[in-house]
Write a protein that binds this ligand. Structure first.
Ligand code: ASP
Length: 464
């Protein structure tokens, strides 16, 4: 049995939904289908999830939501009409949409979550109706029926382990089960959603919980590429990579597959196939457990992300001082800030943060506390920080990869502020200025994939 998930652009209008239905019908193993909310039809279109956020904000701000509701409903209506779905189904969608403000919510965060979740919930109901109309037995399954239990974080929830016991009891016969992605329920019965892009997570949870043989993730690109095609337009498609390679690449900016979503699939050891709804016969990219992978080249992919900032601290004899790092961590804890990496020297320490969790007030207070409690000789806040990840299982079997990463950067005069290799034996992390990040990705890519064939050879296959 396969779990198959379709992203928002694959469900943006009736023409795309027709492709989705053909894909589902063409393989009887595609039993469990996960839907996103209708996404963008063209580049400056608005996703239904974003319209629902506007709708929620209008209700919170006591503004008139009539036009927004009409815009949201029009998206479902266009799809439903394209399949001749009965007016009862569309009327039901409309009344659920207009009835959202009348439901009780513990607070506005839960209100927001419930509004957002209806993008997928109503779409799953509609797709089940479209499939039935097109002659394939299909049934909508609500996450409450399946027992998808989430933590009490209304808009960035995580899955609770009990979900997997609940899923083991889910019965399915000859019909396709149509699940809405992106949300579940707290133990108190409130709707909670994952972070944005979280329908991938639902697919992965179902793949693990239902012991699927494959999790197919349909999106709008032919494959995952070895570098971002916006930076390297002719980047090489990756046919196969491992779970942990994917995790490292998505951490540093590969956005095709949500980085959290890989975890349940890893726990269940379910391979993932990323495919294109518009080109379903292409093989796409297969993400597999390490045991099913033999690397053919040292580097599988190169990612870069600008979402970082760094704090640089210098103090003589830092290496001899007991408790220096502990005090820093206590200050971070006080402000609820997590750090990403902490490379250190003898007298120096750099702490790298994900910038999205920090506002300027927190940065100011944190730096002030560090200055007054730890008295560093130098304290620099570096807002202009990017991380480049060069990732490949094949690196473990090759000596000299670092040289091949650094050489193209040196040749193009790109300074490297940090190198981190060690904890993960399959990646090398570099810190650069944000303005250098794209060029760094491009030159490293060119070196490994175009210029120097020897940089691509794996010299021996034993683990080092
Ligand atoms: N519809 C949600 C979003 O736009 C979740 C998803 O599409 O995965 O973030």
């Amino acid at each position: 049995m396969k779990v198959v998930k379709f992203g928002g652009s694959s469900l943006a209008d009736a023409a795309h939904v027709q492709k989705v239905i053909n894909i589902i019908k063409s393989d009887p193993e595609r039993k469990v289908v996960v839907t996103s909310a209708p996404g963008k039809r063209f580049s400056d279109d608005i996703k239904v999830t974003d319209l629902l956020i506007k709708y929620a904000n209008a209700i919170i701000g006591k503004a008139d939501p009539t036009q927004i509701v009409a815009d949201i409903f029009a998206r479902y209506q266009e799809i439903g009409n394209g399949f001749g779905v009965s007016t009862t189904v569309l009327d039901d969608i409309k009344s659920k949409l207009t009835g959202l403000p009348d439901k009780p919510y513990p607070n506005n965060d839960y209100l927001m979550a419930a509004f957002k979740a209806h993008g997928e919930r109503l779409n799953a109901e509609l797709i089940a109706a479209c499939l039935t109309q097109a002659g394939t037995k299909a049934r909508f399954v609500d996450p409450s029926e399946a027992g998808i239990l989430l933590s009490d974080d209304p808009n960035s929830a995580t899955v609770l382990e009990e979900t997997y016991d609940n899923l083991a009891n889910l019965k399915y016969g000859d019909e396709r089960l149509i699940f809405p992605g992106f949300f579940g329920f707290t133990k108190d019965g409130q709707i909670a959603t994952f972070a944005r892009g979280g329908s991938d997570i639902t697919g992965s949870i179902l793949a693990r919980g239902l012991h699927a043989s494959l999790y197919e993730n349909f999106t709008d690109v032919d494959a995952i590429y070895a570098a971002n095609p916006k930076i390297v337009p002719d980047a090489h498609p990756i046919h196969k990579l491992t779970f942990r390679e994917m995790r490292e690449l998505s951490y540093a900016g590969f956005s095709v597959f949500n980085d959290e979503a890989i975890i349940p699939a890893i726990q269940g050891q379910v391979p993932i196939n990323v495919k294109n709804t518009n080109n379903p016969d292409l093989p796409g990219t297969l993400i597999v457990p390490e045991k099913d992978f033999t690397s053919k080249r040292p580097v599988t992919g190169i990612a870069g992300s600008n979402r970082f900032s760094a704090l640089y601290l210098h103090r003589y004899l830092l290496n001899k001082e007991v408790g220096f790092t502990l005090k820093i961590l206590q200050i971070l804890y006080k402000y609820g800030v997590s750090y990403e990496h902490m490379p250190s020297g003898i007298d120096d320490l750099t702490i790298i943060f994900d910038r999205s969790q920090l506002d300027s007030d927190t940065i100011k207070k944190m730096c002030h506390d560090i200055q007054t409690e730890l008295h560093p000789d130098t304290l620099d806040w570096i807002d202009d920080y990017a991380i480049i990840m060069v990732v490949g299982e094949g690196m473990r079997a090759r000596v000299g990869t670092i040289e091949n990463i650094i050489r193209p950067l040196a040749e193009h005069n790109i300074p490297v502020h940090m190198i981190n290799q060690g904890a993960s034996r399959i990646s090398i992390m570099l810190g650069t200025r944000q303005s250098d990040a794209d060029a760094a990705v491009k030159y490293i890519y060119e070196h490994f994939f175009k210029e120097d064939p020897s940089a691509n050879q794996i010299e021996y296959q034993t683990e080092v």
